[in-house]
Design a protein around this ligand. Structure first.
Ligand SMILES: *[C@@H]1O[C@H](CO)[C@@H](O)[C@H](O)[C@H]1NC(C)=O
Ligand SMILES: *[C@@H]1O[C@H](CO)[C@@H](O)[C@H](O)[C@H]1NC(C)=O
Length: 350
């Protein structure tokens, strides 16, 4: 009996090792599972009754095949680029894509929805999927995997996948004005950071064990904010907004560190603020020519439906721009950030 067990274990080990060797890449992370906003949305808004979508040209002009997929960029976004880094796939499917087959779920999906935030009011204003509702879809995702591939497989994916949470820009840039009677800038930033921590706890309760949360970005430096609030001639970064982002980060970072000690698994605070800010301040250092305007349209206001094929001003070479539209980075800018981050953080989750 014992010998039989030993043989079975041995055979199992050989099979697993052989699989790893065949794939020639890390099999420790079977899937990438993403929650958040337009930075990570690969098409979830396409079927929603919202104005915030971009499944039309010139969006996607640098995507393989030149297709507009619903990604808020000229090409792929960090959901895709990180899935690629993990050796999973070149693109990460949007969970709401109606054509997905059970097989397409196995290497992960993104639940991210452009325009959303940690504040439930943000998703409500924009008619998109709140991060909290994304957790409900995540539960559905797990039960679909159980149904098609069994309990064991589902458990393996649940426990070993890498989870990413990327939100806060829309809360800070748009919803705060609707919340300003109830919150100061500082207390709103703190409320958002505390919400992010609650989100991670919920995700952990559902079984996630390797979770990374992006910091807020210098959202006061996106072209749209410069145009609206950065001064007519100067178009500088909007300091109060950047300060709110920094406040969010200074609350979130230590909270996630202590969560990392408290819970089993790995909880990472992923700082993107400094990398992106440096890139915007010193674009040439990174091979970019333009940092304060987007490529699409005239680049100072255009976003979503304002940036379409009727707009004749879209730039030729998006690689020279940090921003694609007045709010979202180009694929090339995303790639620079992802390359930088992944070296630093991914080693901690293997
Ligand atoms: C696999 O993981 C190792 C760390 O264990 C890392 O150095 C390597 O870059 C990873 N490979 C891929 C393809 O991600
Ligand atoms: C596009 O811009 C990048 C960055 O400035 C530059 O390296 C590249 O050569 C440009 N491509 C074309 C076709 O002009």
């Amino acid at each position: 009996m014992k010998l039989q067990m030993l043989w079975m274990t041995l055979i199992l080990i050989i099979v697993v090792e052989a699989n790893a060797a065949i794939q020639g890449k890390n099999v420790t992370i079977p899937a990438l599972i993403v929650f958040g906003d337009s930075i990570m949305d690969t098409g979830n808004n396409n079927n929603l009754p919202t104005l915030l979508k971009c499944n039309f040209p010139p969006y996607g002009k640098d995507f393989p095949g030149g297709f507009a997929t619903g990604r808020f960029s000229d090409g792929r976004n960090p959901s895709d680029l990180i899935a690629e880094k993990l050796g999973l796939a070149k693109t990460l499917p949007a969970y709401m894509n109606r054509n997905l087959k059970p097989q397409d779920l196995l290497k992960g999906v993104t639940f991210a929805s452009g325009g959303t935030g940690y504040d439930p009011l943000t998703a409500k204003i924009m008619s998109v999927i709140s991060v909290w509702d994304q957790l409900i879809y995540f539960k559905e995702y797990i039960s679909k995997i159980k149904r098609s591939f069994g309990e064991e497989r589902a458990k393996y994916i649940l426990e070993n996948s890498f989870y990413l949470v990327v939100s806060s820009s829309n809360d800070l840039a748009h919803t705060y004005s609707a919340r300003s009677l109830r919150y100061t800038r500082t207390s709103y930033a703190n409320f958002l950071a505390d919400s992010a921590v609650t989100f991670v706890r919920e995700l952990h309760k559902l079984g996630a064990r390797k979770i990374g949360v992006f910091s807020a970005v210098p959202v006061g430096c996106v072209p749209l904010q410069r145009t609206a609030f950065g001064g007519i001639l100067t178009r500088g970064c909007v300091k109060p907004l950047n300060n709110m982002a920094k406040q969010f980060n200074s609350r979130l970072s230590p909270a996630l560190d202590s969560l990392d000690k408290e819970l089993d698994g790995v909880i990472l605070y992923i700082d993107v603020y400094d990398s992106l800010f440096d890139m915007i301040q010193h674009p040439k250092k990174y091979g970019f020519e333009v940092a304060d305007r987007g490529c699409c349209g005239r680049g100072s206001l255009a976003i979503s439906f304002m940036c379409n094929s009727l707009n004749p001003f879209t730039c030729r070479n998006s690689s020279a721009y940090i921003f694609w539209d007045s709010y979202h980075p180009t694929e090339r800018a995303y790639q620079v950030i992802v390359d930088k981050l992944l070296d630093k953080y991914l080693s901690k989750v293997y």
